[in-house]
Design a protein around this ligand. Structure first.
Ligand SMILES: Cc1cc2nc3c(=O)[nH]c(=O)nc-3n(C[C@H](O)[C@H](O)[C@H](O)COP(=O)(O)OP(=O)(O)OC[C@H]3O[C@@H](n4cnc5c(N)ncnc54)[C@H](O)[C@@H]3O)c2cc1C
Length: 400
């Protein structure tokens, strides 16, 4: 079923482009509006679970992603106070791959992932991409004789479409208008992110693993990017200094103070960074309804989550594929398709949102709870590697 007007997408991040691509691949016309002056991603590394590789297969992006990704051998958790290895999941081995249908675990630079999506969108005739176009608000005219949405742009233009997908991130205006549920929750956790060239990684500290050093109210994550040419660092600590912010330059003094007393390996990596960029981490309580009439939300606009399960971009991509599948099955009933999409997605994404919070707590405990965590995670796990995450890696359902 084709529509006489295009789908409109507010936001050209990973979620917006995934939705546009999925809809276009199903034969729909799509217009994407991005407020920035160019389509680009900031930030550093993104971990990719087998679940999102299932989506890459649907979108025909697997080879392009694999060509730019790095494939770690293990996910390793270390105690940042003692240097003891707490646990290790061999995600690079045959057992993991066999358990998850041959889909790998990978890591990729955000800019590389976004570029793959962008080039795929640019190659689709049905997608029109525009930058420096900020969406201010929408009107849903579903109740009128000619069903459509109208977008009001910052430059004064009014744009008509058959439906609107709000993929405009954590501070979504579309969400604000639809749900009016206020600002996201500030978690009190701050992330500093940086990328090193491989040759700048201190002697002996480069490894082809995703390593997480868990310390009291802190953790440091590192892993290779771009076929191993780069090294991604993410340092997280608790701070009540900031309310909100995104991609601003942080205060390295506070960073070093929070990690003081931790292992030399951690301090050596922190010392290599000159210009850290800082994120104030936020999420929201899960909600059940994020579609209304001909308007729906997707990605961080719908279900912002802390990054402790490394799944925000994975979930945004799943959203895009499921959304297009629901539209395809709807027989032209966009409102029904958007409801079905939301019903397919809200429990899965709510589980990721809430589990991510729990993981953050587990990473940052101290005292007896730290000892308990180390003992608990040292217990041998049942089944093949990654089995404990099967709900996440296997649990994506695309309606057919
Ligand atoms: C420290 C950290 C580590 C992370 N690690 C991982 C990881 O390992 N794996 C993973 O899957 N995820 C990870 N994430 C999460 C992931 O980055 C996000 O969940 C994902 O990028 C969300 O994509 P999105 O397209 O929904 O939103 P965004 O990426 O925020 O994109 C929204 C877009 O909308 C545009 N926009 C906003 N308002 C308007 C408007 N009014 N008009 C037009 N355009 C607008 C913005 O400019 C932006 O381009 C991490 C996040 C952080 C902070």
């Amino acid at each position: 079923m084709k529509f006489s007007l295009p789908f409109l997408v507010s936001g050209g991040g990973i979620g917006g482009l995934a939705a546009a691509l999925s809809l276009a691949r199903n034969g729909h016309a799509v217009r994407v509006f991005e407020q920035s002056s160019e389509f680009k991603e900031i930030g550093a590394g993104i971990q990719l679970g087998p679940n999102v590789f299932r989506m890459f297969e649907v979108l025909g992006l697997t080879d392009a992603i694999k060509g730019l990704a790095a494939f770690p051998e293990n996910l390793v958790m270390m105690d940042a106070l003692t240097g003891e290895e707490i646990t290790r999941v061999p995600v690079g081995g045959k057992a993991f791959s066999a358990r998850f249908g041959g889909y790998p675990y990978a890591v990729i630079h955000r800019a590389d992932m976004h570029q793959v999506y962008l080039e795929a969108c640019q190659a689709e005739k049905g997608i029109e991409l525009s930058v420096s176009r900020k969406v201010l608000r929408y009107e849903d005219r579903s109740d009128k004789t000619r069903d459509r949405v109208v977008l009001h742009m910052e430059d004064g233009e009014k744009i008509e479409g058959c439906a609107l997908i709000g993929a405009d991130g954590l501070w979504s205006r579309v969400r604000e208008q639809m749900l009016g549920d206020g600002k996201p929750r500030v978690s009190g956790h701050i992330a500093y992110r940086a990328v090193l060239k491989r040759e700048d990684v201190p002697e002996g500290l480069w490894q082809n693993n995703v390593v997480l050093w868990a310390g009291p109210k802190t953790h440091l994550v590192h892993y290779p990017l771009r076929r191993g040419e780069l090294y991604n660092l993410v340092a997280v600590f608790h701070s009540d200094k900031y309310d909100e912010g995104w991609n601003t330059f942080g205060d390295p003094g506070e960073l070093h103070e929070r990690f003081s007393g931790e292992r030399p390996e951690v301090l050596a990596l922190l010392a290599k960074i000159e210009a850290w960029k800082m994120w104030v981490l936020c999420d929201r309580e899960p909600v059940r309804e994020w579609s209304k009439g001909r308007v729906t939300l997707l990605g961080d606009a719908a279900h912002p989550m802390l990054q402790y399960l490394a799944q925000g971009a994975n979930m945004a991509t799943e959203d895009g594929v499921v959304l297009a599948a629901c539209v395809g099955l709807s027989g032209g009933d966009i409102e029904g398709a958007f409801k079905r999409y939301q019903d397919e997605r809200y429990l899965r994404t709510a589980r990721v949102q809430t589990t991510a919070r729990f993981y953050g707590d587990v990473f940052h405990v101290s005292g007896v709870l730290r000892e308990l965590r180390n003992a608990w995670l040292a217990e041998p796990s049942a089944g093949p590697p990654g089995q404990a995450m099967a709900w996440l890696y296997d649990g994506i359902r695309v309606p057919k």
